[in-house]
Design a protein around this ligand. Structure first.
Ligand SMILES: [Zn+2]
Ligand SMILES: [Zn+2]
Ligand SMILES: [Zn+2]
Length: 314
């Protein structure tokens, strides 16, 4: 069982999940726990010979009931590939899986924030190569979404709506758009190739999106991730973070299904650690000790390169 300790100096929670030291670390492909269970072979995490998308409880959870949740979302039964190279129908189906998990976990009393994310590449600490993401159900509202809600309060309205309008008006940092979704390198990007993928319409969560919007979200995420791989012609590591409305107030699944007044605006942030084809950005003195990012690249220049790569990869 994990232990939560509150750091008074920083005013934030720290999670001690010491059992995670034992977790499977970069197994060979024959021992991949996320592959389907082949007839006659040892059972993997997924007791089926084939599957489309699989979701299960993380065996090495950071959070677990009755204080949160940790789930693994396997995108495909094929060991190779990535989110960007999934068939479009599969990527679209994944949006529905995310939506379902948001609804179900969000309805739980012990889950205040449903956080869907993907760590891609050993550079960001991936321990399994098989294409997959994760979902944490936090038993509290974590600092980053809390900061975003504080921004709404400070600005007196939806901050992602305001930022999206400003990015569209200026245009220089927009890297991709379709009818439902816009992707841009934000004005104050911290990472060289950071990108935010934002719903055009104000949609607090995946539950507020219709089928067409989910399809467009999948298309935008795939266009961006394929563009990332094309940028330096190599698998591009990133952290992908899905931000949406907290679920603190949702008592039942039915309530979750009808909630529209929640604070938040569905968007997906990507933090890639590469600043060139072979140089990583490290969080060092200023970032860790003072909390201020120092970047070597201008968002406008990164956006131009990324936009070109997305077009090339399309
Ligand atoms: Zn595998
Ligand atoms: Zn909004
Ligand atoms: Zn965000």
């Amino acid at each position: 069982m994990s232990e939560l300790r509150f750091d008074e100096l920083r005013g934030e929670e720290v999670v001690y999940a010491i059992h995670r030291q034992e977790r499977t670390f970069l197994p060979s492909r024959e021992h991949c726990p996320l592959c389907p269970t082949r007839p006659g072979a040892a059972q993997t995490e997924i007791p089926f010979a084939a599957f489309e998308i699989a979701v299960f409880d993380n065996r090495f959870p950071a959070f677990e009931a009755p204080r949160g949740a940790s789930e693994v979302v396997v995108y495909t039964d094929s060991h190779d590939g990535s989110f960007g190279t999934l068939a479009p129908r599969r990527a679209e189906a994944l949006m529905w899986v995310w939506r379902h998990r948001y609804m179900e976990l969000g309805a739980r009393e012990d889950v205040d924030y449903v956080f869907i994310f993907e760590n891609r590449g050993v550079e960001v600490g991936v321990t399994l190569h098989h294409p997959h993401g994760q979902i944490y159900g936090y038993p509290f509202l974590p600092p980053v979404p809390e900061l975003e809600l504080a921004a709404d309060e400070r600005l007196g309205g939806c901050t992602p709506c305001a930022l999206l309008a400003a990015e569209l008006a200026e245009g220089r940092r927009v890297v991709y758009e379709n009818d439902g979704v816009v992707a841009y390198v934000p004005y104050a990007a911290r990472w060289a190739y950071e990108a935010h993928v934002v719903m055009r319409q104000h949609r607090p969560s995946l539950l507020d999106c219709d089928a067409e919007q989910l399809r467009q979200l999948a298309a935008a995420l795939q266009a961006l991730t394929r563009g990332y791989d094309a940028l330096f012609n190599r698998p591009f590591p990133y952290v992908m973070a899905v931000h949406q409305a907290p679920t603190t107030h949702l008592a039942t699944a039915a309530e979750a299904a009808t909630a529209t007044a929640a604070c938040g605006h569905l968007h997906v942030e990507f933090y890639p650690p590469l600043r060139t084809a072979d140089k990583l950005k490290y969080l060092a003195g200023s970032e860790q000790g003072a909390g201020t990012f120092i970047s070597d690249t201008l968002p406008e220049e990164s956006a131009a390169a990324l936009r070109e790569a997305i077009t090339r990869a399309a």
